[in-house]
Design a protein around this ligand. Structure first.
Ligand code: FAD
Length: 182
């Protein structure tokens, strides 16, 4: 089994996707830091959201928090027409929460010691030893693995093995192959 103890991972973007990725990387053994450009804890990003299976997975498999505590469920979906006539009726289970509830629960699990607010990632350089992230503040950070749920920096320009390049939808990620533990 791979072990990543002693390696650093950097996640750009500290919202739901970034925190979920950071928690999973930490489970693998990485020391993980999250860099979020917003200077304050995130809030007011909408009301109710339908929980996707991937959003619930952390709580179903790893967190001490149960998804049932964080959400509510409907088991029947009915669409009404202009005259209140039933145009669609189906037994479907959908689970709902608020964006803030999920964000807060993920942040509670991750903690704030390695959660850096007000850090706008402007770009990165990568070589065989790792990646160096550059921030607008002037900060630079090195890591052996980086991930960005939606910040979408350009893909690494070389030095990145295709087999070590994560390709989940809407996620950019890269790893320096020579430092990847086996
Ligand atoms: C109207 C609306 C309704 C939605 N309804 C649902 C729903 O029902 N169910 C659902 O699952 N999803 C829904 N979504 C999508 C929801 O917003 C996402 O699921 C969720 O917020 C995705 O999280 P994310 O971390 O991938 O991206 P985001 O929430 O977009 O987070 C990206 C983060 O990266 C930060 N960032 C970006 N660039 C940089 C940079 N260069 N440096 C540092 N930080 C950076 C941003 O500030 C941001 O905090 C909806 C979205 C909208 C707009």
């Amino acid at each position: 089994m791979d072990t990543y103890q002693g390696l650093r991972a950097a996640v750009v973007g500290g919202s739901i996707g970034g925190l979920t990725g950071a928690l999973l990387l930490r489970e693998l053994g990485f020391t993980v830091d999250v860099y979020e450009r917003t200077p304050t804890l995130l809030e007011n990003r909408g009301g109710g959201i339908v929980l996707q299976p991937t959003t619930m997975k952390w709580f179903g498999e790893r967190s001490a928090r149960r998804i049932e505590e964080l959400s509510t469920v409907t088991r029947h979906v009915r669409h009404l027409g202009g005259d209140n006539e039933v145009v669609h009726d189906d037994a479907v289970e959908w689970r709902y929460s608020s964006w803030s509830t999920i964000y807060r629960a993920l942040l509670d699990d991750f903690g704030t010691d390695h959660y850096h607010l007000g850090e706008f990632c402007a770009g990165f350089d990568q070589d065989a030893d790792g990646v160096t992230l550059r921030f607008v503040s002037g900060r630079t950070e090195t890591a052996t693995w980086w991930s960005s749920p939606t910040a979408s920096p350009p893909p690494p320009a070389g030095g990145c093995s295709p087999t070590s390049y994560a390709t989940t939808p809407d996620t950019s990620a890269g790893a320096a192959p020579s430092r990847r533990a086996r």
